[in-house]
Design a protein around this ligand. Structure first.
Ligand SMILES: *[C@@H]1O[C@H](CO)[C@@H](O)[C@H](O)[C@H]1NC(C)=O
Ligand SMILES: *[C@@H]1O[C@H](CO)[C@@H](O)[C@H](O)[C@H]1NC(C)=O
Ligand SMILES: *[C@@H]1O[C@H](CO)[C@@H](O)[C@H](O)[C@H]1NC(C)=O
Length: 184
């Protein structure tokens, strides 16, 4: 009887701690900037954050791709803020058309996993017409990397076709705060 009570108490404490831990993670957008370097190919209709609550900020994007993009390369760079943004552990080139066929890049896989439920860009090349991201918010439970607390910017530079110069940029900033002591 006594040990059963102890067990119940332990499970109770475990559940409470677990809830607090989940509540204490803040993972939300802080800024977004979209640019087109070739306005006869890519036009941004919308690129905006909207605060829904203190912990939930949604990202909406709408880009018009005027000519079919049959070949899309992404140069992805993750910066961490420390007196301005500094390059941090990640930088890579991803072939988007190939990735959408076989998800070969583990980092891109995490990024795509975060937004694939909120976009019509969930197929392989070509891309043409309205490319939409709608109601996208960050879910910490999908981050499978250990992530230190901080402010970050994920800069993605898009190269369409054979062009050696970038076609578009999307720079998304976010903060990740894991505070196990002070639950929000
Ligand atoms: C912009 O894109 C169009 C359509 O693909 C292309 O014909 C043109 O050469 C591009 N311009 C530049 C400066 O890359
Ligand atoms: C995206 O922009 C296009 C062009 O302005 C518009 O026709 C379309 O309705 C927009 N889509 C969304 C989901 O906002
Ligand atoms: C892509 O997204 C659309 C909704 O935007 C959905 O209907 C479709 O099933 C998705 N396709 C895949 C392969 O997930």
């Amino acid at each position: 009887m006594r040990s059963e009570l102890m067990l119940c108490a332990c499970i109770g404490i475990f559940l409470i701690l677990n809830l607090n831990v989940n509540n204490a993670v803040i993972f939300r957008f802080t800024n977004v900037v979209c640019e087109s370097h070739n306005k006869s190919w890519v036009l941004w209709q919308n690129c905006r954050l909207k605060a829904i609550s203190r912990s939930k900020v949604i990202l909406n994007m709408n880009a018009t791709v005027v000519y079919p993009a049959n070949r899309v390369k992404i140069h992805l760079k993750l910066y961490k803020k420390a007196n301005g943004f500094k390059p941090w552990l990640l930088e890579r080139n991803v072939d988007a058309c190939r990735f959408m066929r076989q998800q070969y890049d583990p980092i891109m896989k995490i990024v795509y996993g975060l937004f694939k439920d909120f976009t019509n860009v969930n197929h392989t090349c070509p891309y043409m017409g309205s490319q939409i991201v709608k109601g996208f918010y960050l879910r910490p439970e999908l981050l499978t990397l250990p992530f230190p607390t901080g402010d970050y910017m994920l800069a993605m530079r898009w190269y369409f076709g054979m062009s050696a110069s970038p076609t578009a940029d999307t720079n998304v900033s976010f903060s990740f705060v894991e505070d196990l002591l002070k639950s929000t």
